[in-house]
Each structure stands twice: as C-alpha cells, then as structure tokens.
Ligand binder design. Structure first.
Ligand code: UDP
Ligand code: MG
Length: 320
C-alpha cells in the first residue's frame, strides 16, 4: 500500500517516543492530548514514555497513564540524559513511522499533520524547525548559533540549525539509527549521519506547560563538545598543521639567530621575547593535550562497553 493510502485509510501504525524527566504535572494532560491527536489520525498507534530517572512523582503518573491511556513505559534506573532516553525509545518502537517529542507541550500536535504530509510525499525523515528562538535567553541563543556555525564548518554531519529532536522518522531510519552502536550519543548528529531523504517543516515553539527546563549551561556545553568530537576529527588533525607551521617559524628564527650571532656577537636582551614564546607555546601545548584528552575520554567510554542505559521497570511491553 502506498503511503498516502495508509494515511487516508487510517491504517498507518504511528509510534510516539516521549522522554520524561521530572514532568509530574505534565504527564496526564500531555498523554491525554497525545492520545486524542493520534486517535484522530489513525487506528493503530503506540505511545512510549521513557522515564529518565525522574526524582518527582513522574513514575506514579506514568503508571496511571499506562493504566488509563495504554502508555508504554520504560523506566531507567537513573538519569541517563535525553539522548539516551530517545535511543532507548527507538529500540522499542514497532510503528511504520515514529514521532519523537517532548513531554512539556512545547512541540505542537498540529505539526503531526505537516510531518505526515511530507512523509506521504516520500520523505523518510521530517524534522521540526523552530521558527523563533525568542523565548530563549540571549546567552543560550548565542551559544547555540556559534555551535551550529562551528559544527557546519568542521563536521562531516550536516546538521540543520534550529532543528531539534521533534521529528518523524520512517521505520527504515529507525532501523538505521539502531545500528549505530556508539554509547556516547549525539542524536542530532546521528539523524543527519544516517542520511535518507529528509526535509524540515517550521513550527512555533510553545511555552512549557508546567515545571521548568532541566537544561543547564554545562550540560549543553558538554553535549556540544560531544557533538564536535563525535562527528569531526578536524580538532585532532589541526595540530599537525599548527605544529608544522610553528616548526617552520622556529626553523626561520634559528637561522636568523645564528646569522645574527655570527655577525653581531652575543646580545643579552631578549628576555621579554623569550617569556612570550615560552608561555605561548606552553598554552598551545596544553590546549592540544586537552583536545586529545576529549577524544581519549570518549574512546575510553566506548571501549568500556557498558550498557547505554539500565531499565528498572517496563510497563506495557510483551515479555521477551
Ligand atoms: N529530558 C529527559 N532527560 C533529561 C532532561 C530532559 O528525558 O535529562 C526530557 C524532558 O522531560 C522533556 C525533554 O527532554 O520531555 C526536553 O527537556 P526540557 O524541556 O527540559 O528542555 P528544553 O525544552 O528547555 O530544551
Ligand atoms: Mg522543553
């Protein structure tokens, strides 16, 4: 059956993945609204909530959502982060298409229609594009913009700016993502790395319904470093070029110093120059070791081969 028929006949199986961290006040209204939206679109759907180690009563609320609305629940043993929560969800979905969205009403349900329309046209991945970032703090916006510029220029993954995790994936994209084995996960990079026919559709970011955003600057910074390190080796290679240029300069200055000494004898001044050169290269060396360290830390995390996440409880899944 072609894609459009599946949508018009309401036989398309839609899976929804919702990472949840401290969303107690949002859970019931959110899944109720999600269920209504899905039921209006199709007869076959599933909702999977991943409780990413919430510290509030989210698990109790999810239990109720499971009993009343049929929400399937994966409960992590602790907080593993949103990237990992999405990863876990993707491993459990069974739908023809999968929609990933936040639990705080920031992603409008109306966008589902645009997602499906594009999917029907043959796109395998349709991502939401935030039309404005006005709601965010200037610092976060500046940081995000700089990150995307840097990422575009040095990485081999083409990450569209202003696209987030709110997106629809065809089952083959889900299968492809499930084949990526890295433990340190940067989903935005992986979405673009897997390829497939993709397109963005604009949506207006809504205000968070209840609770507060759990992102901290350091967490975002860490995610940004992970993004760069996982999808680019330019920071590693840059040092060969810098090293080469510095060696050329050093060679020239050696020749200059030898000739200077032969012609004019030993001249004592040069203390300031010496100090500048020593501290400058000390800085460069520490920086390059630090960058090596970023890669090694991630290699170390990968080779330990620990599981990406641990489950405490599963609700609504057939026992395997
Ligand atoms: N979230 C998560 N684990 C975390 C942090 C957040 O699963 O460690 C979930 C959260 O419950 C929400 C989504 O990820 O559904 C987006 O989080 P948030 O609204 O705090 O981020 P923002 O929208 O401000 O970027
Ligand atoms: Mg949010």
């Amino acid at each position: 059956m072609n894609r459009l028929d599946e949508i018009t006949n309401k036989t398309l199986f839609i899976s929804c993945i919702v990472p949840v961290y401290n969303e107690e006040a949002n859970i019931l209204p959110f899944f109720l609204a999600l269920r209504d939206k899905l039921a209006s679109l199709t007869t076959r759907y599933e909702m999977i909530a991943i409780n990413d180690g919430s510290r509030d009563s989210s698990q109790t609320q999810l239990q109720i959502a499971h009993e009343q609305l049929g929400v399937k629940v994966l409960q992590f043993s602790r907080n593993f982060g949103k990237e990992t929560a999405i990863t876990a969800g993707l491993e459990y979905v069974t739908g023809d298409v999968t929609i990933i969205m936040d639990a705080d009403f920031q992603h409008p349900f109306a966008t589902f229609d645009d997602f499906l329309a594009k999917w029907a046209e043959g796109y395998d991945m349709v991502y939401g594009l935030r039309t404005s970032r006005d709601d965010e703090k200037a610092l976060k916006r500046l940081f995000a913009n700089t990150f995307y510029k840097l990422m575009l220029s040095i990485s081999n993954a083409d990450i569209p700016p202003n696209a987030g995790d709110f997106r629809l994936l065809d089952r083959k994209v889900v299968a492809a993502l499930n084949q990526t084995k890295e433990r340190v996960r940067f989903m935005k990079g992986l979405y673009s790395w897997v390829g497939y026919k993709n397109i963005g559709v604009p949506f207006d970011v809504q205000d968070r319904a209840a609770g507060k955003s759990s992102w901290r600057f350091m967490k975002l910074f860490d995610l940004a470093i992970t993004g760069i390190v996982s999808f680019s080796d330019i920071p590693l290679r840059a040092w060969s070029i810098i090293g080469f240029l510095v060696s050329c300069l050093a060679f020239l200055s050696i020749i200059y110093t030898i000739i200077d000494t032969l012609l004019f004898g030993v001249t004592v001044p040069g203390y300031a120059t010496l100090l500048i050169v020593v501290t400058f290269f000390g800085g460069i060396q520490l920086l390059s070791i630090g960058i090596l360290g970023e890669y090694i830390a991630r290699i170390f995390n990968e080779v330990k081969e620990r599981p990406k996440y641990l489950l405490n409880e599963k609700l609504g899944f057939l026992e395997d």
